[in-house]
Design a protein around this ligand. Sequence first.
Ligand SMILES: [Zn+2]
Length: 369
Amino acid sequence: MDEEKLVSLFLELVRIDAVSLHERPVADFIKARLCARGLEAEEDDAARQLNGSAGNLIVRLPGEDKSRAPLLLLAHMDTVHPTAGVKPTLADGVLRSDGTTILGVDNRAGVTLILALIDELIERQLRHRSLEIVFTVGEELGMLGAMALDFSRLKAREGFVFDCTAVPGGYVASTPTAYDFKIRITGKPAHSAVAPEKGINALTMATHVMSGFPVGRVSDHSVANFGTIHGGTADNVVPDQVTLTGEFRSFREEEISVMRELLTSLCSAAGERWGGSCAPAFMLSFQGFQFGSEMPLVQRLHDAFARAGVTPQPLVYYGGSDANVFNQHGVRIINTGIGANAPHSTEEHIRPADMLKGYEILSHLIEAE
Ligand SMILES: [Zn+2]
């Protein structure tokens, strides 16, 4: 594999504009490319479930070890912002956009590595482990494609995703569990000047809840945030409806319980004090995980790093990715760094040298034993 080949495939991929739930052009690109190599990509019905333009793609590449469960490789097809009109430049060994659009490194760099690997395996008829490859949709909207995926279609129980900003060698070894919450607050409307005593101010109740609940980095293991607040109709009306949403994430189950209980008790206290109703609902956003160096999958990764000459750097990462959803479904997935820097911004950039190193690591990971 040479750098030039990876870069040209990457540039072809980033020039395809396909934001979340509009992945059809990139899905078709992948399908056509695989079809030309005699492979078929199954598409699931995530498009219908999510009202998107394409579903998740599943590709199977049988290897030497047909009796063994395949290894899963994963990347997501969507980008967070459009890449239409992207003008990539390569200077000083770094690929960037011209600053008016994102570059699309997240996650077309991951797609590039996997497609390049498939080419290589077929062209050179290399021995490899059986592979199951999944390209998901809607990752940037909160792993929607992975959540819609029918996991009974997969035989793989472990694998790797290439969707981490770290340089090659870095990988996500632990992530927190994350919850979203939504608090519906109901007061009573009244004219705020003519009959204020008849009203119950839902915004006042909201401030009670907000002032009692710490946000930001609330401990060494937890973060919390109020994200949106909606409510009220006019300056002279006592607001009777407010919806407050937010999230918290923690590496400690007990701290999650504390945050849940605190919000619940603040809500009921606000309801009692002002006579309205205030109730929180909690939704699991993703389940956390912790991968130790004793895990065979981690050892496989460390071996691949050693052979590629990079030092393993296990990372604690507060963000979620498709890896969380797959892990929740019993498919252990490690999110591995490919040097996709400053994702989601117009500063996005990647070093072709890192892409090549990522490729080298990937090619060791899939080797038949
Ligand atoms: Zn991503």
